[in-house]
Each structure stands twice: as structure tokens, then as C-alpha cells.
Design a protein around this ligand. Structure first.
Ligand SMILES: [Zn+2]
Length: 540
């Protein structure tokens, strides 16, 4: 926690009347010496919450909450000490005192960065509604953004010309460059964001610190963000957190989605408690930020392989943060690409609600990860799975909780890995069909190269191979050939699956006349992409 010397907190108490601070949020009426209102910290209809102006304290006779302006702001706005002090200092019109031994020069510099970034946002916001920004405005409206949403999130447009460098032509170049908005080139400075749809990035206190710009001409990458600056540290900033903080407290949980448009759509469609990391990677700092106020987290990832991978990563990151009262879950988008697409469907909100409600608890998700990534049918595979599991469980801080997890998994291992489960095996219908020759080849490869079986465990596990068969093979595949064999089989099965989907869709289109053309074209594209991969493999 940042340390402010007592003089500054005293100064705040002196400058701000507790009546002014509290009455901003709670209606108060003067009766006798004190002011009275309905307590914001417990549910009541008749006022038992009193504010004593002279002593600078509030006290509730109902729930016994008691404190001064600082604890009031912390409690009421669910802020940490530092954020509350910042808020109160702003209210009092006092500059924040030096902390972390920041020099006055640094503070001044920061202030000027804030003001440049803030001014830039105003320019971009205006440009969005000018003729320059018409295509940007059309794009964002087409993605289901109302003008209210555009305004709330401060969305704007950065034109092609160097509007920021030109406006600040008389400002010191270093200062401009330090905001990340401007870069230095061979022929002077130029704007980093050009012809981009601009999403401001706010810090936890609601101040704009950076931007994320979306390309509008189809060029890659789709999003570019301000690189890290004095004000902005990507690894420690969650998109939408400033808007979500209240809702996280009310909903008693946080939802983390992958993209910022997803976060905005979620927040505007009844899931105010949603945030997103910037760029793809979630960090420990992000999770720590959320856990400061709430340890109930729902990670919501896209349903594709990349989403599964990202979820597994998040699972590893969240382990040190779980406690006996935290509820961590993993939800995967089905029936659409991402939350944005789901929410814009008819009944989107209900669909999303269902996805969230069906989320997999951490204990089950970790078990899934283990069973898809390790070939638990072999002793070597189980040994690797055990080591991985131990490594994950060792991250749990609470010893009792850790030992409960261990018991849980011991039980599951016994039930699923060792117990005779022949009946269940034969009941499995999701097994892709392969003939005996292929089966034998796979068994041969797995026995010869255990590393390959680990790498493709999730795929190989699908076949219920009997690894005890003594396979006499004339094949003499080396490591590379074996790997290529599996990759090519995987591609083949994937293509077969796509072709089946296509047939199903065609029938669907014929029977109920629904418009499946677009979806079929997407599948066709995917099939031809996969086929060219196959060709590459053969000619490699
Ligand atoms: Zn109370």
C-alpha cells in the first residue's frame, strides 16, 4: 500500500467536510447536532445512519459501521486506500503528495501526459462524428453500439493525417512521445494511431491512460495498443475495470472475457461485472487486481482450441489466488464466436446467461486439462499427469484447501484411471472411426515415441486404443514421420468432421429453409484451408 504521511490525510479531513463527502452519495437531513440518513451499508427504511460534522465521523446505530471520510469512500465505492485518497484529493482540489519518492518534476510530467491523452480523446471523439470518421462510425454502429455506448466508453476516430503531432507542434517532442500517441520518424514525428477506431483505456480510477486502436481497412493486426508508458502498464490494466468495479461488488463476482468489444457488450447487456485483458495474454497482475475486491471469477473464453489453451493458462495463473471461499469457473462460448456475437442474437442475453451458468468449476476444469493433455492410459502418461497436478496444487496457499484438493483428485484418479471401466468405454459414441491398420499404427507410434503421445494426447485419447496389443508392424517410422502421420490423421478427421457439418447444414437448409449459405461458405473456406495444409505436409 502506498504510504501517505499523516499530514496529508489530516489535511484532507480538514479541507473536506464529512457532510459534503457523504451527502454526495446519501441524502442527509439535519436533526439536532447531527445529520441523519438511511445507512448505505445495511438495508433499512428508517434512518439510523448519523454524521457528525464537528467530529468528522459517521456512525450507524443499526449495523455499527463507523468511520471518517476516508473509510467512507473506501467502503462505499469499494476502493482501496490509495484510490480513496486520490478521489478525496481531487474533491478537495489538492494535488496528491509525493509517493514512492516521485519528484515534483515526475508528477508534473504525469499531469501533462494525462492532459495530452485526455485532450486527444476529445479530438478523436469529435472526429468520429465528422465526415473523416464516417466509416468508423458506420463500423461501430454496425457492431451494435448505440450513441450512448459510444459516449460512455469515449470511442473516437483517429484520422489519417497526423492530427495529434500537428496540434501539439509547439509542445516538447519528448513529452508527446512519452504519451505513446506520437512516434519519432526519419522526417519528424508522426501519429501512432492513423485511420483507427479509438477505444480509450481507463485506469482503475477512471482516468484515460492509453488507447486501443482498431484497424478499419481490414489490415492486420486488428488492434494496436499504446505501448507501455508512465501512465499505462498493459500487464496491470484491465479494460472496463473502472466501469465494472461497482457491479463486481454487487454481483459478487467478476467475469473476464477475451476482447474489449466483448467486455463493452457484456457490460451493456446486464453483465456489468465484466472486464477484459488488453491484447490476448492475461497476467497474474490482472488476477491480483480483481482478487483485491472479489475472489469469485468466471473466465469466459471462446470455444475454439485457442480459447481452451488460454483457459488452461488462466487456470494455472489463478491457483495461487483461490481460497476456501472463492468460486472460480471456466465458461466456453458455444453457438457463436464470442460474447459479442452471442449477445447480438435474438435472446442473446439469455443465451449468455446460460453459458455463464453452465461454466465448469475449477476443480473439474483442472481435471479436464489433465485428462486431455496426458495419455493417462499409460504409466508414463500418468506419471507426467501426476507431476503436473502436483505442480498446480502446490500453488494453493491455504494448506487445508490444498489437502482437500489432493483428496478429491486421489479419488478421481482411482475412479477414472485405475478402476476397470470397460462398459463405459464401449458406451463412448464420440470416437472417430478408424480402421485396424490405423489403430495399430497409432499403438506402434505411442509405444515407440511416448513424447509424441503426450504432445497429441487430447487427440489420441479419443480412440480408446488398447495399448497392450502387441503390434507387429513392418513400418519403420522415425520420430518425424510418426509425428507427421498423426498430424495428417488429425487433419483428415477434422476435414471429415467439417464435411459432416456441411451435410447437416445443407439438410437443415433444405428442410426448414433457414439461411445457411454464409455458414456453409465459412466451412468451405475452412476445408480448403485444411486441404492446403495437407498438401504442404505431403510436400514437406
Ligand atoms: Zn448501517
Amino acid at each position: 500500500m502506498a504510504k501517505y504521511d499523516n499530514n496529508f490525510t489530516d489535511l484532507l479531513r480538514e479541507r473536506l467536510s464529512i457532510y459534503d463527502v457523504v451527502s454526495k452519495y446519501v441524502p442527509l437531513v439535519k436533526k439536532g447536532q447531527n445529520y441523519w440518513g438511511c445507512c448505505p451499508f445495511h438495508n433499512e427504511k428508517t434512518p439510523s445512519f448519523s454524521v457528525n460534522e464537528e467530529k468528522g465521523f459517521f456512525h450507524c446505530f443499526g449495523c455499527a459501521k463507523h468511520g471518517d471520510i476516508i473509510s467512507f469512500v473506501m467502503e462505499y465505492k469499494h476502493m482501496d486506500f490509495k484510490a480513496a485518497i486520490t478521489e478525496l484529493a481531487e474533491m478537495a482540489g489538492l494535488p496528491l503528495p509525493t509517493m514512492h519518492k516521485k519528484t515534483q518534476q515526475q508528477i508534473d510530467a504525469e499531469e501533462s501526459y494525462y492532459s495530452i491523452v485526455g485532450a486527444a480523446q476529445k479530438i478523436f471523439a469529435e472526429k468520429l462524428f465528422s465526415s473523416d470518421g464516417a466509416h468508423g462510425l458506420a463500423y461501430i454502429r454496425n457492431r451494435g453500439f448505440s450513441d450512448d455506448m459510444i459516449k460512455k466508453y469515449g470511442i473516437g476516430y483517429a484520422p489519417k493525417n497526423n492530427i495529434i503531432s500537428n496540434k501539439y507542434v509547439n509542445t516538447k517532442q519528448d513529452k508527446l512521445i512519452a504519451t505513446g500517441l506520437v512516434r519519432r520518424g526519419e522526417y519528424g514525428t508522426y501519429d501512432f494511431f492513423r485511420d483507427k477506431l479509438m477505444f480509450p483505456i481507463f485506469n482503475a480510477n477512471g482516468k484515460i491512460v492509453a488507447f486501443s486502436g482498431r484497424s478499419l481497412d481490414g489490415s492486420e493486426p486488428k488492434y494496436i495498443n499504446t505501448s507501455d508508458t508512465e501512465l499505462f502498464h498493459k500487464r496491470q490494466t484491465l479494460f472496463g475495470f473502472n466501469f465494472a468495479r461497482e457491479a463486481i461488488h454487487r454481483a459478487n463476482r467478476a467475469i473476464i472475457v477475451e476482447g474489449q468489444i466483448d467486455a463493452i457488450q457484456m457490460q451493456c447487456n446486464g453483465f456489468g461485472e465484466t472486464v477484459a485483458p488488453l491484447g490476448t495474454a492475461l497476467t497474474e497482475d490482472h488476477i491480483a487486481m480483481i482478487c483485491k475486491s472479489n475472489r469469485n471469477i468466471i473466465f469466459c473464453f471462446d470455444g475454439d482450441t485457442a480459447g481452451q489453451k488460454a483457459a488452461a493458462r488462466a487456470c494455472g495463473l489463478v491457483m495461487p489466488f483461490i481460497r476456501d471461499n472463492s468460486d472460480v469457473k471456466f465458461a466456453f462460448i458455444t453457438g457463436g464466436k464470442d460474447p459479442d456475437e452471442i449477445l447480438r442474437k435474438q435472446n442473446g442475453r439469455a443465451l449468455m446467461e446460460k453459458i455463464i451458468n453452465d461454466a465448469t468449476p475449477l476443480v473439474d476444469f483442472l481435471w479436464q486439462i489433465i485428462n486431455t493433455n496426458f495419455l493417462t492410459k499409460t504409466p508414463a502418461g500418468r506419471a507426467r499427469a501426476e507431476k503436473f497436478l502436483k505442480q498446480e496444487l502446490d500453488k494453493i496457499q491455504d494448506k487445508t484447501l490444498k489437502s482437500e484438493y489432493e483428496h478429491e483428485y486421489d479419488n478421481r484418479k482411482f475412479q477414472n484411471w485405475y478402476k476397470w471401466k470397460k462398459d463405459e468405454k464401449s458406451a463412448d459414441v464420440a470416437v472417430p472411426e478408424i480402421d485396424t491398420v490405423i489403430k495399430n499404427t497409432l499403438v506402434y507410434i505411442i509405444n515407440k515415441f511416448p513424447e509424441i503421445s503426450e504432445r497429441y494426447g487430447d487427440f489420441l485419447n479419443k480412440f480408446n486404443l488398447d495399448l497392450d496389443t502387441d503390434v507387429k508392424s513392418d513400418l519403420n517410422l522415425d520420430f518425424k514421420q510418426s509425428e507427421r502421420y498423426i498430424i495428417s490423421l488429425k487433419l483428415q478427421k477434422y476435414i471429415e468432421n467439417l464435411e459432416q457439418q456441411k451435410r447437416d447444414l445443407t439438410i437443415q437448409g433444405l428442410t426448414n429453409g433457414s439461411d445457411v449459405g454464409q455458414e456453409i461458405r465459412r466451412i468451405d473456406q475452412e476445408i480448403s484451408r485444411m486441404k492446403s495444409k495437407q498438401d504442404l505436409l505431403v510436400n514437406d
